[in-house]
Design a protein around this ligand. Sequence first.
Ligand SMILES: Nc1ncnc2c1ncn2[C@@H]1O[C@H](COP(=O)(O)OP(=O)(O)OP(=O)(O)O)[C@@H](O)[C@H]1O
Ligand SMILES: [Mg+2]
Length: 405
Amino acid sequence: MRVVFLAPAYPPEMIQYTRGLAEVGAEVYGVGDQPQSSLPAQVKQHLHDYLQVPRIMDEDDVIARVTAWLRGRNIDRVLANWEVLVQLAARLRERFGVPGMTPDVVRGFRDKELMKERLRTAGLRVPRSRRASTEAAVRAAVEEIGYPIILKPIAGAGSADTYCIRDAAGLEETLPKLRSVPEVSCEEYVEGEEFTFDTVCIAGKPAYENICQYLPKPIEARSLEWVSPIVITVRDMYQARLQPGIELGRKVLTALQMGDGFTHMEWFLTPRGEAIFGEIGCRPGGAHLVDQMNYTSDIDLFREWARVVCWNKFEAPVERKYNTAIIFKRAQGHGRITRIEGLGDWLREARQWAVEERLLRPGTQRRNWKQTLLSDGHLMVRHPDWDEAKRLSFAAATGIRLYAG
Ligand SMILES: Nc1ncnc2c1ncn2[C@@H]1O[C@H](COP(=O)(O)OP(=O)(O)OP(=O)(O)O)[C@@H](O)[C@H]1O
Ligand SMILES: [Mg+2]
């Protein structure tokens, strides 16, 4: 089993997928823009070969270089788990006649308007929306859809440049900020709680499923710096209240012709109990979501994903033992972290339920909270009881404080 895996060491969790592939018996051919000599040892030991390319996002250039590099060797899979490379992987598959999702199928997971058009055609509930590449087109969409309205890039990630607009004044304020975005999606604002639906699929059917709740919703977590965003896996994900989201999620996978691998969907649960589609990617959720799912069932999804994409088998137990929460912290002030307060008390309270503590240490430069959900580090806590998991996460959100200056 020869596998080309794009960006085997970046973002850092890709190192785990590379390991997973090697552990299920694949020969891993890595392609990335880091020099081979600077790859971490944990990834080097699992690579059969590596091609350094000057620009990993330059699709035509990478295709030409990989073609020359692989001449004379047969390849069985071309894979990527990083959002910005899933289309390149599909083009390489097409080029080499390797099985897997085609570029057209992958476009349905990358282009937010196309994905909604395809789902609407399949009769699924998606927000009303229009694509717009000029100010005039945005105004026309607002006329049609009304306020409140969401404006966001067609191929966005990380809630960057996503705006909720409530009136005409808000629209005038926001339009100049979107000038650098070539094409935007204009969407009906959906009221409700926000969840994920995550899977590892074999031929579009989930071999593994997960639901997380966002507290608060990403758009709020993204706009208020004082918030400590929390994401919790829901142990009891098959409860009646969440059933509409699971049904929607499974239908979305079929409608978009999902193949093998991870998916990460976001959806809304309205006050009336209806599930409405948000967006989906054909790759795992980022920001340690896969670690959270692993802690939820004490499994290794990095390896199970590899087993699925190589051998179409999923062998981990799917019993859910815990609700696993991640709490992202943001320091008050600018520059370097100076001190952390309340951590000792919280760790004593959380006892064995605290599973990770990765706050940035005093002396470290703050991260840009607008650019990365990872912010200034995180805590992870799990508990079999939902209310207790939530209580411990809110205690970390409010009781632990980081200062910078
Ligand atoms: N139609 C909508 N109604 C209500 N809220 C929305 C809508 N569209 C987006 N949002 C809010 O904005 C957030 C970001 O939107 P979306 O997930 O589409 O963009 P993104 O840039 O891919 O974000 P991320 O990478 O963080 O998932 C959503 O998680 C949600 O909180
Ligand atoms: Mg999103």
